[in-house]
Design a protein around this ligand. Sequence first.
Ligand SMILES: [Zn+2]
Length: 58
Amino acid sequence: MKSATMECPVCGGNLTRGEREEICEYKGGKVTYMQPGWWCGSCDEAILKGDDNTVSPS
Ligand SMILES: [Zn+2]
């Protein structure tokens, strides 16, 4: 049984699965993309799993 939440390793708060808009620099410009991951509602920590880091700006 999969859980929809995880515990934040930083503050012990609840992490929720989702996407958040991130900005990175790419070819001299700024690119926004949706970064999937686990986001903490308490301390704003982002926990990225292996699969989450395969996302590349298009
Ligand atoms: Zn946290």
